[in-house]
Design a protein around this ligand. Sequence first.
Ligand code: PBG
Ligand code: ZN
Length: 333
Amino acid sequence: MGDMLRFPVTRPRRLRRTKFIRDLVAETKVDPGDLIFPLFVKEGLREKEPIEAMPGQYRFSLEELLKEMNELLELGLRNIILFGIPERKDEIGSSAYDKEGIVQRAVRKLKDEFSNEITIFTDVCLCQYTTHGHCGIITGNSVDNDETLKQIAKIAVSHAEAGSDVVAPSGMMDGAVKAIREALDDAGYKETAIMSYSSKYASVLYGPFREAASSAPKFGDRRGYQMDPRNSDEALREALLDIKEGADIIMVKPATWYLDVIRRLSKLPVPLAAYNVSGEYSMVKLACKAGLLDEKLAVWEMLHSIKRAGADIIITYFAKDYARWHKNGELGP
Ligand code: PBG
Ligand code: ZN
């Protein structure tokens, strides 16, 4: 064949010839250490409860949460982000900063048991805790930014007090990182880090999560505070503001429909997390359950695409599966 060609052929295929050569030259690697596993902990539960909208995911009781953490550690997964589902909601989301709240109790229990073997991130928001389901305090018919900041700061301090390693404000309120940093420092929690959901889009892909966490807004939508999917400059502005306010880690959310945004923010000099959200999880999961995609290959390709775009950290409901496949040598093609 070669003789028939009139020009010298450059042959990139040499480096694709065997699996071992491909592994050797792979530009992107996803390690379980790069992943954060989201966990739902629900007040008043006895057994763990399957989440219908997210096959394979559960709401955990405190006891079950400890068991789950043991399993995760055995698989080499030590990073989790906690979402609380309280029994009691009110207009101002006061159960979110209750010392005996579900997240605060869960963090204390986990830290008693596992100490610094695990890194606990806690989501700081009001939507699961308010009767109206919005991420802030309602004045008139909109979310009052600065009133919300006071609540957010209280939540973050209560999480830090319980032992959270990283607090993660997810409500897209202006000035949230600054308010939290000041409150943490004043309360003596200078070591507690902040991972800001800096660039969080108003996405249809949060649907399954809202079912999981009973956090859907009762009126209107979140487009008055979350970002417009049509924008990318705005993601950069939001990220720069949060870095200036003291964010230790920034985030793009969702991940796969926003890989361009991940790429853009990856140039900034702070670690970047990408949240592979509930809708991304359920779409892939259901396609795999229907036999349309090979699950191990789909998850492998999806997570590598997020890393390749420039994320340092991936928050994903597939973390446990990925860690198991990694441990058993079943990962990838
Ligand atoms: C709420 C919050 C949401 C998610 C995490 N925290 C969604 C929302 O805006 O309703 C979504 C996570 C997911 O979809 O996996 N502050
Ligand atoms: Zn919220």
